[in-house]
Design a protein around this ligand. Structure first.
Ligand code: NAD
Length: 293
C-alpha cells in the first residue's frame, strides 16, 4: 500500500511504516495513495477526498476529527480513525500547566525577572488548593485533569451529558458548574453545541473572578466576549493552548487581553506523546492490513 504522511509525526514513524509499503511525504501524490496520515494541519474536506481517488483510510494522529469531513469520507468508502486516548496525559499536563500559571503569575514573574525588576511585592498570588474545578467534558483528557486537580486538593465537579458516573468528579448540571467553579477547564469536542459555549451570557452565569483554561478548541469561546470579561475582571485569567485558527489572526483580542497565558497548540506535542501516537498509528495499519487481506 502507498502511505502519505501529510503532517508532522514523530521522526521515527516513516521507518516503522516501511513494512506496510511505500511511504511518501510528497503531498502532490495524493491521488495515488491508499492511506493518508494527518494531524491537524491537513484539512480533509470534500475536495481533498475527491482528489484522493485511491484513498481507503485516513488516520488522524490526535483526538478531534474536526479537520476531516468524516461523513463524506465514509460515504466514499474511506475509513477514518483517530488515536483517541493516546494524547490524554500530554494534554492534561498542558491544561494543568496553564491552570497553575495563572494563579502563580508565573509568566509575569518570569518576565519581570528578565526585565531586571524585583516584583516580589506586586505579584500577589493565590493557590489551587481548596478551590473548585469545573470540568466541561469528562472524557479522556478531562478525567486526567480531574485526577491531577484532586491530587492538588481541589474539589472536582464536571458537566458532561454523556457521562453517567465518574470516578473523580461529582457530575452536576452546567448551571451548577458555572455557579460553583473557581476554575473551569474545557475538554469537549468542537460541535454545534460546544461552538461559542463560553460567551457573554454563560460568562455572566459564572463566579466573579473565575479562571478559564482551554485546551479543547479555540472556537469553544467567543473571543470578543471573553476579552471583555478579562478586561472587566469578571474572568480573572484565561489559559489557552487553542485558537480560532492556527496561528491566530493578529487581530485576535485575546492576544492583548489582560491575564492571558497562552501557548501555540502544543498540548499534544510532547515527545512521549508523538511516540505514543506513532505506536497507535502502526496498530491501526496492522488492523487495516488484515481487514483488506
Ligand atoms: P473524549 O471524547 O474522551 O471526551 C470528550 C467528552 O466531551 C465526552 O465525554 C463527551 O461526552 C463530552 N461532551 C461532548 N459534548 C459536550 C457538551 N456539549 N458539554 C459537555 N461535555 C460534552 O475526548 P478527549 O480526548 O478528552 O479530548 C477532548 C478534546 O480536546 C478533543 O475533542 C479536542 O478538541 C481537544 N484536544 C486538544 C489537543 C491539544 O493539542 N490542545 C489535543 C487533543 C485533543
Amino acid at each position: 500500500m502507498k502511505i502519505l504522511i501529510s503532517d508532522a509525526f514523530d521522526a521515527s514513524l516513516p521507518a516503522k511504516l516501511e513494512r506496510f509499503g511505500e511511504i511518501t511525504e510528497d503531498k502532490g501524490r495524493l491521488a495515488e495513495v491508499d492511506v493518508v496520515l494527518v494531524r491537524s494541519k491537513t484539512k480533509c474536506r470534500r475536495e481533498y477526498i475527491d482528489e484522493a481517488a485511491n484513498l481507503k483510510l485516513i488516520v488522524r494522529g490526535g483526538v478531534g476529527l474536526d479537520n476531516i469531513d468524516v461523513e463524506y469520507a465514509r460515504s466514499k468508502g474511506v475509513r477514518v480513525y483517530n488515536t483517541a486516548s493516546a494524547s490524554a496525559i500530554a494534554v492534561a499536563e498542558m491544561a494543568f500547566a496553564l491552570m497553575l500559571a495563572v494563579p502563580t503569575r508565573l509568566c509575569e514573574a518570569h518576565l519581570s525577572m528578565r526585565e531586571g525588576r524585583w516584583a516580589k511585592k506586586e505579584l500577589k498570588r493565590t493557590e489551587l488548593f481548596g478551590k473548585t474545578l469545573g470540568l466541561i467534558g469528562a472524557g479522556n483528557i478531562g478525567t486526567e485533569v480531574g485526577r491531577r486537580a484532586a491530587a492538588f486538593g481541589m474539589q472536582v465537579l464536571a458537566y458532561d451529558p454523556l457521562v453517567k458516573s465518574h470516578e473523580i468528579a461529582k457530575l452536576v448540571p452546567l448551571t451548577e458548574l458555572f455557579e460553583q467553579a473557581d476554575y473551569l477547564s474545557i475538554h469537549v469536542p468542537l460541535t454545534n453545541d460546544t461552538k461559542g459555549m463560553i460567551n457573554r451570557e454563560t460568562i455572566a452565569a459564572m463566579k466573579d473572578g473565575v479562571v478559564i483554561v482551554n485546551t479543547a478548541r479555540g472556537q469553544c469561546v467567543v473571543e470578543e466576549d471573553l476579552a471583555e470579561a478579562l478586561a472587566s475582571g469578571k474572568v480573572r485569567g484565561y489559559g489557552t493552548d487553542v485558537w480560532y485558527s492556527d496561528p491566530p489572526d493578529q487581530s485576535c483580542p485575546l492576544l492583548t487581553a489582560p491575564n492571558v497565558v497562552m501557548s501555540p497548540h502544543i498540548g499534544a506535542s510532547s515527545v512521549e506523546n508523538m511516540q505514543r501516537i506513532g505506536e497507535v498509528v502502526v496498530k491501526i495499519l496492522e488492523d487495516f492490513e488484515q481487514q483488506i487481506a
